[in-house]
Write a protein that binds this ligand. Structure first.
Ligand SMILES: Cc1cc2nc3c(=O)[nH]c(=O)nc-3n(C[C@H](O)[C@H](O)[C@H](O)COP(=O)(O)OP(=O)(O)OC[C@H]3O[C@@H](n4cnc5c(N)ncnc54)[C@H](O)[C@@H]3O)c2cc1C
Length: 452
């Protein structure tokens, strides 16, 4: 417990072993903070921010550190504000289909708490067993079911947050409608800890669908898999999930955690449909027809155990990539769904011409591809070549009408590229908004924009 004036009684640490643990995330970058704090209430968060504000000390809000863009990696001399002890589910309001939680609640724990009420919270990042709702809100996280159900922002009804000054604000409403004033809730969603520290979140929930069907479509041609994505929605079916894994990805998974994926196939689509039983069966038939027409073989998970095995395979991609013992440059670009075939073919060509392995998987239904450019840890020339592909790839994505990040945010790793997508005037407006929320610039500095 702290004996430091202003933050007495709050759990903090300056021990080197704590500082190391709170200095990294899934981006692979690291930098230890000067102090770690584990507040247990909004009042403690407020006192910590007043303390930091007085000293001009950078503050880095932190969930579980699963972020891909170094959002929770501190700058030198920072206070790491860990929300792991603010993990209470405060209220499940089943009649109004809402839930009020603290930011440190793990996504999967919320799902488990909602299940007995026959409810679920749709945003389901593949990291759901570890990532927090606060981190999901700050990144506007998506997940495999975003195609049908949308992303975090579509479920956040209101927030409580603490400003850099220590003042507590509440935004939004408890009702399903509300249009009074500017939408500060949406402004804070996706703000990557740069505007305020989020201390409570009110979310929408939905009734659990009655029936689910899981299909695996195996393609001999990568382009055909890309085409199937747009053809499925053109056939007026919106699957809950429509995930793609390319040939390299399938080989990696089978080498790491074999589940019987078809090694040798150019790509597979993992397709899940949910809703009323008869509607799901009709849609499964229609989707199968579309894929078969494009030359695919379609298998269907016979039961829940087989479905879970397929999802385990999907979730094994990240660890399997780490197993390659290369530096992973992980991007999450998005292109309009009908440009997906062109993007996939482009990426295959880029890998071949540069000699840099590129492994692709992701939320194909959203046009959102996780592009993993694998750089050598030993050969600096190879690593430079891999790094150099980024700008070229982003330019292609933008030319196709896409965006350079669908869900991982800008953080630190994309600060140099934000200007490729966002205009100078728009960036000025964003900086202006930050200055109003955080005049001393202590909230997660260096993220989203470079420090001027
Ligand atoms: C294996 C794996 C799979 C993944 N799959 C997906 C996926 O499918 N979809 C997806 O969108 N992402 C995915 N991610 C990325 C990551 O899990 C998400 O970005 C997640 O939302 C981060 O949550 P976190 O609790 O780990 O936050 P952290 O990484 O700790 O923080 C992320 C950002 O949020 C800010 N922040 C955290 N808490 C607060 C708070 N209370 N108030 C204000 N700011 C805060 C931090 O400052 C930082 O900028 C994946 C990551 C991994 C490692």
């Amino acid at each position: 417990m702290s004996g430091i004036e202003g933050i007495e009684g709050i759990r903090v640490s300056e021990a080197p072993e704590d500082l190391v643990v709170y200095g990294y995330d899934a981006s692979g970058l690291e930098q230890s903070p000067a102090l770690v704090a584990w507040p247990e209430s909004t009042e403690e968060v407020s006192r910590l921010l007043k303390y930091a504000s007085k000293r001009g000390m950078p503050v880095v809000p932190r969930g579980a550190g699963t972020g891909m863009t170094a959002g929770s990696v501190p700058l030198k001399g920072a206070l790491a504000l860990s929300f792991e002890r603010m993990d209470r589910i405060i209220e499940i309001d089943a009649d109004n289909l809402t839930v009020l939680v603290e930011p440190g609640v793990i996504n999967a724990h919320l799902q488990a708490a909602l299940a007995p009420h026959g409810l679920f919270y749709p945003p389901d990042p593949a990291s759901l067993k570890t990532c927090t709702i606060g981190g999901n809100v700050a990144e506007n996280a998506g997940g495999p079911s975003a195609l049908k159900y949308g992303v975090t922002r579509d479920y956040v009804m209101g927030l409580e947050a603490v400003l850099a000054s220590g003042e507590v604000i509440t935004t939004g409403v408890k009702t399903h409608k509300g249009v009074v004033g500017y939408d500060l809730t949406r402004l804070l969603v996706g703000s990557e800890g740069t505007l305020a520290a989020i201390t409570k979140v009110r979310l929408k929930t939905l009734p659990v669908p009655e029936h689910v069907a899981t299909l695996l479509a195996v393609f001999k041609e990568l382009e055909a898999a890309g085409k199937a994505v747009a053809e499925i929605t053109r056939a007026k079916v919106i699957p809950r999930t429509l995930e793609i894994m390319d040939k390299k990805c399938i080989e990696l998974i089978e080498g790491y955690k074999p589940v019987g994926l078809p090694v040798g196939a150019e790509a597979v689509l993992l397709i899940e449909l949910d809703g009323h039983r008869q509607a799901v069966e009709d849609e499964a038939e229609r989707v199968t027809g579309v894929c078969v027409k494009l030359g695919a073989e379609v298998r269907r998970a016979a039961d829940a155990a087989e479905r879970e095995r397929l999802w385990e395979a999907r979730r094994a991609i990240s660890p399997a990539l780490h197993n390659m013992n290369m530096h992973k440059i992980n991007e999450d670009v998005v292109v309009p769904r009908d440009r997906l075939p062109e993007m996939l073919v482009y990426l295959a060509g880029l890998s071949e011409s540069s000699g840099v392995p590129i492994v692709n998987f992701g939320h194909a239904g959203d046009g959102n591809i996780h592009v993993n450019i694998m750089a050598s840890k030993e050969d600096p020339g190879h690593a430079r070549r891999a790094e150099g592909l980024l700008g070229e790839m982003f330019a292609k994505v933008l030319a196709l009408g896409g965006t350079i990040s669908g869900e991982h945010g800008v953080g630190l790793t994309k600060v140099d590229y934000i200007g490729m997508e966002v205009g100078a005037r728009e960036l000025d407006l964003m900086r202006g908004i930050k200055e109003i929320f955080d005049p001393r610039g202590i909230m997660n500095p260096g993220k989203v924009f470079s420090i001027k």
